[in-house]
Design a protein around this ligand. Structure first.
Ligand code: KG4
Ligand code: ZN
Length: 340
């Protein structure tokens, strides 16, 4: 069973060839082309530019993963592509590319839900993670907790009512003069200043204690005010580092608070965290503490958008007998609940 997968839902073009090996899967080849440099000047993703880049990148990436995995299209058991949610134009490039290959070579097609890809990405490396478990999907576009009772069995427990945690990281990083997307850069600085005594010079409110779900707009405003008020101090690298540490702690604290709430309410023991922000070291440490070590995370390069997570879901669903018709359309919005 060999699956080629294509991911183009936002600003990452990615392709992967994955093969079933025993109880698990082996990634034979994967490629990812990030468009950060294209969008950096605009401070965010420009959908038209993203689509154009996908169109340019995909043939090269797919050719590379087929070549490196020693596969021809005819060797493939199934071709999976992200069907949604995401930017419509971007999704159409990837899904239509997959349809073209599937039609030309008579290989079955499977449209995959991008959030399901993230939800199950930790299981690529920990295939025996127990069900039910809680999964925090936390990226530049999503901040939500799901109860995962099995493959395809997801229940939304909490979601953001405004911004995503990754946006809060990126906005704070921008205010501190770090280039887009600055979340990882801010986190790298923050980690060096975790024990800085200067941290007590800055404080941020504890947010989301009463509210249902996540809400990052208040915290984003509080961070903006704190940075503005202290702009004169920020010429000092030590103080800037301490401020980064305080910002990181406040965002991570809010995420872990909501996870603890869900854990208490649902009695789930095992926790996974996935999506771009799950690369965050402090978040991983705090979740491991909360779950007493019973937690799993994707490999660092599978936290952000990638095609291995799409191949994984494509393969699992293919094995359950699922196929998509060639007439299948993209779904810019596509809730992951009720997909069993
Ligand atoms: O999953 P992803 O690649 O794309 C979306 O679907 O949004 O996530 C990207 C987000 C960005 O907001 C980025 O700043 C954030 O993940 N991010 C991090 C870290 N690495 C990436 N945020 C905090 N700490 C990190 N180490
Ligand atoms: Zn994503």
């Amino acid at each position: 069973m060999r699956c080629l997968a294509i991911e183009t839902s936002c600003d990452e073009s990615a392709a992967c060839v994955l093969e079933r090996s025993g109880d698990g899967f082996t990634i034979l080849a994967e490629e990812i082309s990030s468009q950060t440099a294209v969008h950096e000047a605009y401070g965010g993703v420009v959908p038209e530019l993203a689509s154009r880049e996908h169109l340019r990148n995909l043939p090269i990436l797919v050719d590379a993963v087929l070549h490196r995995s020693g596969s021809s299209v005819r060797d493939l058991t199934v071709i999976a592509a992200t069907r949604g949610p995401g930017l419509k134009g971007c999704l159409m490039i990837g899904l239509n590319f997959a349809k073209g290959l599937a039609l030309a070579h008579g290989v079955p097609l499977l449209g995959v839900n991008h959030i399901e890809g993230h939800l199950l990405a930790p299981l690529l490396d920990v295939p025996d993670a127990p069900f039910p478990h809680l999964s925090l999907v936390v990226s530049g576009g999503h901040t939500e907790i799901h109860e995962v009772s099995g493959i395809g069995r997801y229940r939304l427990v909490a979601r953001t009512t405004d911004d995503a945690a990754g946006e809060a990281f990126d906005k704070a990083a921008h205010l501190l003069g770090l280039s887009y997307p600055g979340g990882a850069k801010l986190a790298a600085i923050a980690d060096k200043f975790r024990d800085s005594p200067d941290k007590k010079r800055f404080s941020l409110p504890k947010v989301m204690r009463e509210a249902e779900g996540f809400s990052f707009s208040g915290l984003k405003t509080a961070i903006a005010l704190l940075v503005q008020r202290n702009s004169a101090l920020l010429q000092d690298e030590q103080l800037k580092g301490a401020l980064c540490a305080v910002i990181q702690e406040s965002i991570v604290d809010a995420l872990v608070f909501k996870l603890r709430e869900a854990q208490l309410r649902l009695g789930a023991e095992f926790i996974t965290v996935t999506g771009g922000v799950s690369a965050n070291a402090l978040l991983r440490e705090r979740v491991l503490e909360l779950a007493h070590g019973k937690a799993a995370f994707p490999l660092p390069h599978h936290c952000m958008d990638n095609a291995a997570m799409i191949a994984h879901v494509g393969a699992l669903r293919f094995e359950r007998g699922e196929r998509s018709p060639l007439s299948e359309e993209v779904r810019a919005r596509w809730p992951v609940e009720g997909m069993d």
